[in-house]
Design a protein around this ligand. Structure first.
Ligand code: HT7
Ligand code: ZN
Length: 871
């Protein structure tokens, strides 16, 4: 397959002014008429019009009114080229496609009998021939025609300008988008849907129509999405001065979708998972996900749509920035400092759980990649979450005010343009007057930097010195790295647990700027040897190494005023123990957990001054995969045994305290997904999960009672998980759960996922579950709920010594590849870090990877992932 390089960017030869699309929608043969007005781009030397096209049939082609015969254009496998074209060209292109056979869910496809589109990144070329690249922005008019009975709702981008009936039971709707947009933001929906709608008044006094469209029977699950949309609109006005630029904003939920949602201009299309929620079907985590994703897609209207990407290498320009914006939105919605910290802890978890491993594996790439085979493989945690960290670092370095000025300048300079990450950085530099040249390395160098700290205290001089050194490991294609510009937020704790003043202004946290390989920072007037609190609020996406003693960590865990570092101290304490226990399991030695650690956990659990949500976070042990990342040779089963032992020991010693926490955090009354209530449920259910790690009949009964009496899905699902993990018989509970919710697809997904993650579920059981009538590989949510959950979330079983997990994986990557390459390639990433296991497991893994690599008709998507893993 062909590799595409960032350095090879050339401007488009022709620009598009207007696009008029006509759709005659039929699942078996949709006819697309496309009239496009092109103008030669003076920035290009080429006079060839190059259009992309994939999986579509060309029926007719006219240039400036004259039919072209096949000798007048070149039809390649994925392009249509007209050589030496006139400076101004009107092309009329008629094509057909077969939406009902489109299982890739890219382009125009059918889900549950209705039509939907997904055009990012390169799906528009599966609908019509077009210069399908983000730097070609045009105005669109769209005419939809379809059977009125089957598809009563016809939607596209922008404003509805006309609708009416046609002969033969068909009808039409004409939509006009007043804004220029790239083709990846085009969307249509032709479906049998119902909507919740509302008129909303913007701060300017202008009224807009908001709609959430869902299948009949789901209108009882749209309130939270609508509320989140209104909150997003208000927040974007208040925090960034950005107003909704359309008169109508629509959200549509679809059950078959490759990702979370899509920010098509004025017509956001969502995975049902991020729209549908009511207390009996959705958990607190689901509600929070809806708020974040509704916000994310809405915020793209400015960061992505009004200002878009010049090319797909710049993806993080819109994704990193929009993730940062949705993270800030979620934090501001909670409002309290500790609530903010809980959201930050969650972000750090995601980075450690997913991004750091990606940055250390065969698919490692810079936030702005230099090359790709398949762009869909680069919608990654690096581009999204590390990209958001890069944006956050601007704010940390420049301060909130200058950062806001930089954002304003970015919009003022680039509205309705397709630009680059460098343009964003330039706006930040101009607005703040700062030199951000070195900061560019965050975009160009892959890998997680390691910052090593050492300290010394001069009692006589009352001075404290902090030396920071940085290094970054090699990544594919980048053997050596130059120093990054790293903001390191630092505080110093006195023996009484309070922050010391760090300067004459009395500041207790300062942001140090580490720009060299090694630098020493000196604090004067420090009256005692302090405990350093380093990288407060996780001020940079780095690994921080400092030889903390247990006493220092306990001190930070008890007192750090920075909640993120307080949590971090607990994680460090737990990690040392988990690694020791894992080694002991491997050696067959006796397992022991020191009382000092449990006492620290106990003190935190009993600290009523802390929010329940924070206590929950602080009591969650590092996950098995994060522990695995710390080992030279990963032993998934030993890690699992060690972690289980630790949970069981904590549960046994702190039984009374956990039972108290369980009882004290009931949330009586009607369910509310607000952060305080969700935090209480989180702590209560964590207590139950711990207790079920050392179960007796009373505990099992507690879990059963919660399961049966639950008034919301958070409590019901948590009780079911705890029951299963306790080892008690959960057959009846699983059956009744299914019977109660079998018509709620998203709950059935949970039912599969809970079983996939159960400690007793092995490959044979997963195969059995795949025979269940509700299972299908065609719906990504369902495939993810069982296959991804098992292979990524149940390491002790997936890594069975006989290699059966890997065989299962290979078989299903190949099956998914035939249906949906994007989903298959995501699943293929499971095996990225296979070289970190012992030789026996590695041999099985290599065989599985080679089996996939050698499969017939392998998509570029999967091929790129497995060949990078094997290289
Ligand atoms: N910008 C959207 C990306 C997306 C996507 C990409 C590839 C294939 C399918 C897709 N669906 C959505 C989502 C977002 O970041 O908002
Ligand atoms: Zn996005």
């Amino acid at each position: 397959p062909q590799t595409i390089y960032r350095k090879d960017y050339t401007p488009p030869s022709y620009l598009v002014e207007t696009v008029e699309l006509g759709f005659d929608l039929d699942p078996a043969r949709t006819i697309v008429a496309n009239r496009v007005t092109l103008r030669h781009n003076p920035d290009s030397k080429s006079r060839d019009i190059v259009l992309h096209g994939e999986d579509i049939e060309l029926v007719a082609l006219r240039l400036n009114g004259t039919e072209l015969n096949p000798g007048q254009y070149i039809l390649g496998a994925h392009t249509l080229t007209i050589k030496a074209a006139p400076l101004n060209a009107v092309l009329e292109i008629e094509t057909t496609c077969v939406p009902q056979d489109n299982t890739t869910l890219s382009g125009l496809y059918v889900s549950n009998g209705s039509f939907y589109t997904q055009c990012e990144a390169e799906g528009f070329r599966r609908i019509t021939y077009f210069p399908d690249r983000p730097d070609v922005m045009a105005k669109y008019t769209v005419m939809l025609r379809a059977d009125k009975e089957k598809y009563p709702v016809l939607l596209s981008n922008g404003n509805l300008v006309e609708e009416g009936d046609l002969p033969d039971g068909r009808h039409y709707a004409k939509w006009e988008d007043p804004f220029k947009k790239p083709s990846y933001l085009f969307a249509l929906v032709a479906a049998r849907l119902v909507c919740q709608e509302e008129t909303y008044t913007l701060q300017s006094g202008r009224e807009v129509l908001l709609q959430v469209w869902v299948e009949d029977g789901n209108l009882d699950k749209t309130d939270y999405a609508m509320q989140s949309l209104k909150n997003s609109i208000r927040w974007d006005e208040e925090r960034w001065g950005l107003e909704l630029d359309l008169d109508r904003f629509m959200i549509v939920a679809v059950g078959d979708f490759n990702m979370g949602a899509m920010e098509n201009k004025g017509l956001n299309i969502f995975n049902t998972k991020f729209v549908l929620a009511n207390p009996s079907t959705a958990t607190d985590v689901d509600f929070a996900g809806i708020e974040a994703v509704v916000g994310h897609e809405y915020f793209h209207n400015w960061t992505g749509n009004r200002v878009t990407c010049r090319d797909w290498f710049q993806l993080s320009l819109k994704e990193g920035l929009t993730v940062f914006r949705d993270q800030e939105f979620s934090a501001d919605m909670i409002g309290t400092a500790s609530g903010r910290a809980v959201t930050r802890i969650d972000q750090v978890r995601t980075l450690r759980q997913a991004q750091f491993p990606e940055d250390a594996g065969p698919m490692a790439h810079p936030v702005r990649p230099d090359s790709f085979v398949e762009i869909n493989n680069f919608y990654t945690v690096t581009v999204y979450e590390k990209g958001a960290e890069v944006v956050r670092m601007y704010q940390t370095l420049l301060g909130r005010e200058a950062f806001r000025k930089g954002m304003d300048l970015y919009f003022a300079r680039h509205d309705e343009q397709a630009v680059t990450c460098d343009d964003f950085r330039a706006a930040m530099a101009s607005a703040s007057g700062r030199n951000l040249d070195q900061f560019e390395r965050w975009y160009s160098q892959a890998g997680t930097p390691v910052v090593t700290a050492s300290t010394s205290y001069d009692a006589e001089g009352q001075a404290y010195e902090l030396t920071l050194a940085q290094r970054c490991p090699p990544t594919p294609g980048q053997p050596t790295k130059l120093p990054f510009h790293i903001p390191v937020a630092v505080g110093l704790l006195g023996a009484d647990g309070f922050d010391l003043a760090l300067n004459l202004e009395g500041e207790t946290t300062v942001v140090l700027e580490l720009t060299q390989a090694q630098q020493t920072f000196r604090f004067e007037g420090i009256r005692e040897a302090p405990t350093p609190s380093l990288l407060r609020d996780f001020s940079a996406p780095v690994i921080l190494e400092y030889p903390y003693t247990d006493d220092e960590l306990v001190h930070l865990f008890r007192h750090d005023s920075d909640p993120v570092n307080r949590w971090e101290a607990g994680q460090r304490l737990a990690m040392t123990r988990l690694l020791k226990l894992t080694a002991a399991v491997q050696q067959g030695a006796e397992l022991e957990l020191d009382y000092g650690f449990i006492a620290a956990q106990r003190a935190l659990l009993l600290d009523d001054g802390l929010d329940a949500a924070f206590r929950e976070q602080a009591l969650i042990l590092p996950s098995e995969s994060v522990v695995a990342d710390q080992m030279d040779v990963v032993d998934p089963r030993a890690i699992h045994t060690a972690r289980q032992f630790m949970r069981k020991t904590i549960a046994t010693v702190l039984r009374a305290e956990l039972l108290n926490a369980y009882a004290a955090n009931e949330t009586p009354g009607p369910y509310s997904p607000d952060a305080i209530s969700a935090g209480k449920r989180g702590l209560k259910n964590l207590a139950l999960a711990y207790l079920c790690a050392a179960p007796d009949t009373h505990i099992v009964e507690l879990a059963r009672r919660q399961f049966e009496g639950a008034t919301n899905m958070t409590d019901r699902a948590a009780a079911l998980v705890s029951l299963i993990h306790s080892g008690a018989d959960a057959e009846q509970a699983l059956r009744s759960f299914y019977e109660q919710f079998e018509h709620e697809a998203l709950v059935v997904d949970k039912w599969f996922a809970i079983q996939a993650n159960a400690p007793t579920t092995d490959v044979a059981r997963v195969r059995e579950l795949m025979q269940h009538p509700a299972f299908t590989l065609k719906t990504p949510n369902r495939a993810r709920s069982l296959l991804f959950s098992f292979c990524n979330g149940n390491p002790a079983q997936f890594h069975a010594p006989d290699g059966s997990g890997y065989e299962f994986w290979a078989e299903h990557v190949i099956k998914l590849n035939a249906l949906n390459p994007q989903v298959a390639a995501r699943f293929a990433r499971t095996m990225d870090r296979w070289r970190r296991y012992d030789p026996a497991l590695q041999a099985h893994m290599r065989a599985a990877l080679e089996k996939v690599a050698g499969a017939q008709k392998l998509s570029n998507d999967v091929l790129e992932v497995v060949s990078k893993a094997l290289s």
